[in-house]
Design a protein around this ligand. Structure first.
Ligand code: GUN
Length: 289
């Protein structure tokens, strides 16, 4: 029997209407409109599309939204100045520095400069530390989107073996931390695989849940997936003008019990969690002032 499709688009839509409702309540109570400012440096075409989608989603949810576009020649100190200005602006609740930044800029230095209460990506070491300790201020957007898809699709994580392919700071590492915590959508036994992993196929084949986040098109093949496993595809790769994930979708669908498509799986959830974090940031700043 082919796998059930985990429809990230429709799950994200109902989550977004709930966020929009809570944002309305927050506005009515405080007089404050949550505002996200994205900083787009350079002319990476994929980044331009992501930022546009984030901007549109904010507008639709009734949030304030702003995009600062900087040229590819921007220096590190110029970008740090922009971040410092946004940190100090009481109208700005969330700051998103779109990655990648041009080569002359040290991304870590810039991300560390975002004040933790406005760090809606959950990239700042203070927020990563809180997440690791199981008392998150913000949930990182893509990992939290994956977790939410697992919950909404009725996938049992407690006691399950989750294999995460990829150890990035944006997805693999924080997702592993989240899924091993105590709590709903977690309590899993987590293995993280990467480019140096031995016996990768055997490990993936032992997974109840596979999360692919390595950025290699169609890396996960049918032979690597245990029959009945749930497969979450975080990959967004452009191959011959077409978007494909890290999972070889059709053949894997024949053995998995449930699977996310690309596009329409994790992507819409990432933006949704960004909205959630922006609302959280606005609330935290209203409480602090
Ligand atoms: N570039 C690719 N993914 C992301 C993300 O989640 N946040 C930011 N800021 N940049 C990205």
């Amino acid at each position: 029997m082919p796998a059930r499709l985990i429809d990230g688009k429709s799950i994200a839509e109902s989550f977004r209407s709930d966020i929009a409702r809570r944002a309305e309540e927050f506005k009515a109570r405080t007089g404050v409109t949550p505002l996200l400012t994205a900083v787009l440096t350079g002319d990476d075409p994929a980044s331009a599309v992501y930022v546009k989608n984030k901007h549109l989603a904010c507008g639709k949810a009734g949030f304030g939204t702003d995009v600062i576009r900087l040229p590819a020649t921007t220096s590190e100190s110029e970008l740090l100045d922009v971040v410092a200005r946004l940190n100090a602006d009481p109208h700005v609740h969330g700051i998103l520095v779109q990655l990648p930044v041009p080569r002359q800029i040290n991304a870590q230095k810039v991300l560390d400069a975002v004040t933790p209460l406005k760090d809606v990506d959950c990239f700042h070491p203070e927020n990563v530390g809180l997440l690791a300790q199981g008392r998150p201020r913000f949930l990182p957007c893509t990992p939290a989107g994956v977790q939410r898809l697992l919950i909404e699709s009725g996938t049992e994580t407690a006691g399950s073996h989750v294999v995460v392919l990829g150890r990035s700071d944006i997805v693999g590492k924080p997702l592993a931390m989240m899924l091993m915590q105590k709590g709903p959508g977690a309590n899993a036994t987590v293995t993280v695989c990467h480019s140096q992993t031995r016996n990768l196929v055997d490990i993936v084949r032992s997974a109840d849940i596979v999360v692919a986040a390595i950025g290699v098109p169609r890396f996960v093949t049918r032979e690597m997936v245990k029959p009945g496993a749930v497969v979450i595809d975080v990959g967004i790769n452009r191959v011959d003008g077409k978007l494909v994930g890290d999972v070889d979708f059709e053949p894997v669908s024949e053995v998995a019990s449930a699977i996310t498509p690309v596009p329409g799986g994790v992507g819409p959830m990432t933006i949704t969690l960004l909205l959630e974090n922006t609302l959280t940031a606005a609330r935290l700043q209203a409480e602090a002032s």
